[in-house]
Structures are given as C-alpha cells and as structure tokens.
Design a protein around this ligand. Structure first.
Ligand code: GLN
Length: 485
C-alpha cells in the first residue's frame, strides 16, 4: 500500500478497499523496517497519526464520495522547519532541539483541514542551510538508492522518506534548491512554486526573500494535488500574493505540441557531469518527439548567480537568526555569569558550523563599510538575473536544464570545501533569485542513482510547468522505479 501514490490510494480509500488506519499502519511498519538505514525523520508522530487516521476514516464514511478531499487519510511527512502545534519542531538544530510550537504553520493547517495524516517531521540541513543533510545538527539522512550517498538537501529527509515509501508525500522548503535538488538525488518529484504562492507563516525563516514551500511526491499528479492544498493568499504572510489560484489538476494535460522550450546553454556545458548531460539530452529528444520545440537559450548572468545568492541568503539569515538568543525560546546555555556570556555561549553551543559561517558572512556583507560593495551589488545582480529570465520568457513557454550538475554525491565528498558544496546549487539558485516556479522530475540513472530534469516557468504560471512535466512523465517510466533498500 505504501508504495502507491496519493491519487491511487484515494481511489482505494473512497471505495472502502482499504482504510486510512490500515494505510497509516503500513507506513509506520515501513518506517520501523527501513528507518534504521535511512533516518529520514526527526520525529515520528505514531499515536497522533493513528488518531488522525481514525478521524479520516469516519470522515470518509460520513461524506458523500465526491465531497471527500483527495488527501483525506493519506500519510504525509512535514519538513521540520514548519511549525506543528504541540509537536517538536527542531529545524534540525540543537538550538531548537526542545522547541514545541504553540501554533501551526498555515500549510500545516491546510494539510490538516484536507484530512491528510501527518506521520512525522522530516530531517533537514540545520536551518535549511546545505545540500546534503550532512549539516543537520541531529543526524544525517541516507539516500535510499545508495546508502553511501547523500539524499541531497536541505529537504533530504522529506525526499528520502518519499523515495523509501516511508510516507506517501511530503512538504519541503526551497531557498536555493532545497526541494528540487533532493528530489533529483532521490528520484522523486519536487516542485518550488512561485514566490508568494504559498504562505510562509510558521515556516522558520532562513532567507525570507527566497524561501518558498512546496511538495515532494512520487509523481506529477500528486504534486498538483498537494499544490491545490498548499496554495492561496494568507493575510498572516505579507509576501503572500492575493491572486486567484487555478485548479492545478486541470493543468495535467498530456500534450506539449508546439510548446516552446528553451534549454539553458550555461547549464549543459562545463561543470555538468557527462551522464547527467546525456540523460537531459535524451529527455529533450523525448519532448521533441512529443511535439515540443526545443531551442537553445543563453543566460549570461547565471555565471554570477551562486555568488549573488551567497551574499543575499546569508545576509537575510544573519538577521533572521538573531532571535535565537536563549531568551525567547530554544536552548539556553547553562554556562553564563552575565547576559552577554549567556548570548555568546547559547549561540556557540546551539548553532552548527555551517550556520555560524552564514551568520558571519551575512553580518560582514551587511556591515556599514561593506554594504554597498557586497549586499547592494548583489541586489543589482539579482535584477540582471531576473532580466535574463524576462527576456527568455518573451520567446519560450518554459525553460529546461538539469536540476543538479551531478548525481547524489558520497558522504564527506564536499564537506571539507564549502565552495564545492555551494557550486552544486548552480542550476537551482537562479530560479529562487527570480522568484519563479520550477519542478524537478526523474529522467534517468547513473551508477544506479537518479538524475533530475528541471523545468522552469513564468511567475505564477505553474500550470505550464506541470503540463510539460506531466507529459514527459506519462511518456516515460522513470518515476515508477523504486529503490531496493
Ligand atoms: N543548498 C542551498 C543552501 O545551502 C539552498 C538551501 C535551501 O534551498 N534551503 O543555502
């Protein structure tokens, strides 16, 4: 049961072939069996999940079939940077290791209202800073396709849990690629919606002008279903956009005839692994056979995207993370004779090395003498990147690239060199800087590890992205592969 997608399970639930309690037990059993190897979760909410499953079953028996929301009774994992009332929310950081939020993030409220069953909180890089979960302050997560490889990050726990069938679907957050890159590494579908589409209320902030919540699922249909639940205006998030939201399931049309797809030259050249490039070219051929028009497009500003991101994101992070001072919530150092020492020691003990690095980078970039040279300059380059996209979207309906330059790397391969780790986000970062929607979906394997195809859309045009992705998926079977574990 736990190997199926949400839309397949919905059918079985509504027709009373299975119950949500049975399904939730199957998922919890799977967690018992494989979690020793994968370690996707920070917290498993076993008892609460079974209660929610029971409630879902009564809802299914009471409501007429057509009024049962599609996610009713479906087990879902929530990334551990989204607040869950009464349930530990650590952001995989020692500084929040004992934090139990008094409220739910808006997305969690929406997921609960849709009747889904929350089975646990997924591991991540501390404060979502990283690309491998090696920066988790609690423990790493392992890639279900190859336990020697990382699952990607920062939503590595969410992606691994979906790939290992330890949940049916999951939420992630994406600041510079944190939904798409782990989706690519774990062979699942990951979607970052347009900035402003999904409320960030209750999402523990990393870089507020870039953060966006989205789905990680086994196929594109489930992505559309979860999108329908997550999106919408929220007065509690001032950057949430008050625009009508379409029904994303209606965008699932198996047709790309005459769709103009620009493939990004800079992301198919130097620095991209040969096997990845070969798989992407195969995918391009497939889309061409299906009637799309593929044309090369150049994005000259991309050269500066990683540098720009690593000024803007740490600058915002240094400000956002100032609140962890041992006074309001979270860890407080016991070693303190006065207030200042308490601040110092709390932050020294509570934050991991990467988070400290980002706070220092950000503080430096924002300091009076360097603000113009670094932070302000980065904002200007951000505009150039957006202009490259604007130009491209005058000609093309969607853009295409690999999601990551390589397959999942091995543990420890990049930890000694932060730059090597940062560079691995080259294909995803520009999209966040421009606030655009983009999906990653499976398109091949190398050394038995998955490869991801990225499709990028115009702002608020999630539908065309979903249509292109759905068409590719319906005409291939990469998404049906399951790791042996
Ligand atoms: N890997 C990138 C970083 O370390 C992106 C992380 C994210 O999207 N949250 O910042």
């Amino acid at each position: 049961m736990n190997k199926k997608t949400a839309h397949e399970l919905n059918n079985l639930l509504v027709n009373k072939k299975i119950s949500s309690v049975e399904l939730t037990k199957a998922v919890l059993d799977r967690i018992d069996k494989t979690e020793g190897k994968v370690q996707a979760y920070v917290t498993v909410t076993r008892e609460d999940a079974l209660k929610q499953a029971k409630a879902a079953d009564s809802r299914i028996s009471e409501l007429p079939d057509t009024r049962i929301p599609l996610l009713t009774g479906i087990p879902i994992a929530i990334k551990d940077n989204m607040c869950t009332k009464g349930v530990l929310t650590t952001c995989s950081s020692k500084i929040l290791a004992n934090y139990i939020p008094p409220y739910n993030a808006t997305v969690v409220e929406k997921i609960k209202a849709a009747g889904a069953v929350i089975v646990g909180k997924a591991n991540m890089d501390e404060f979502a800073m990283g690309s491998s979960t090696e920066n988790s302050g609690l423990h790493p997560t392992y890639n279900p396709w190859d336990l020697e490889r990382v699952p990607g990050g920062s939503s590595g726990g969410s992606a691994a849990a979906v790939a290992a069938n330890e949940c049916i679907l999951a939420t992630g957050s994406d600041t510079g690629g944190s939904i798409r890159q782990p989706a690519s590494f774990c062979g699942v579908v990951g979607f970052k919606p347009t900035y402003g589409r999904v409320s960030r209320y209750g999402l523990i902030a990393f870089a507020s002008s870039l953060d966006q919540i989205g789905p990680l699922t086994k196929d594109v249909t489930d992505t559309a279903i979860l999108m329908n639940v997550l999106v919408g205006y929220d007065p509690k998030d001032s950057t949430s956009v008050n625009q009508p939201v379409p029904d994303y399931q209606k965008a699932l049309i198996d047709n790309v005839k005459n769709l103009k797809i620009g493939y990004i030259k800079e992301l198919l050249g130097q620095g991209i692994d040969q096997e990845v490039k070969a798989s992407i070219e195969q995918a391009m051929k497939k889309l061409e056979e299906l009637g799309a028009k593929l044309i090369e497009v150049s994005m000259p500003s991309f050269e500066h995207a990683v540098a720009t991101y690593y000024l803007i994101a740490p600058a915002e992070a240094s400000s956002n993370l100032a609140r962890y001072d041992g006074v309001k919530f979270g860890h407080r150092s016991k070693e303190a004779k006065d207030l200042l020492t308490m601040y110092y020691n709390t932050r020294r003990e509570g934050f991991g090395a990467e988070v400290k690095r980002r706070i220092m980078l950000g503080t430096y970039a924002l300091s009076a003498g360097y603000y113009d040279a670094y932070y302000l300059k980065a904002l200007k380059v951000r505009t150039l990147i957006k202009q490259d996209f604007d130009r491209a979207f005058m000609k093309y309906d969607v853009l295409l690239s690999p999601t990551a330059p390589s397959i999942a790397f091995k543990f420890g391969e990049k930890t000694a060199d932060p730059l090597a780790m940062y560079i691995s986000d080259i294909a995803t970062i520009p999209i966040n800087l421009a606030g655009l929607p983009a999906i990653s979906l499976p398109c091949g394997f190398s050394k038995k590890a998955p490869i991801g195809l990225q499709i990028i859309g115009r702002a608020f045009d999630e539908e065309t992205v979903l249509r292109a992705a759905f068409t590719y998926e319906q005409n291939t079977d990469w998404h049906k592969q399951i790791p042996e574990l």
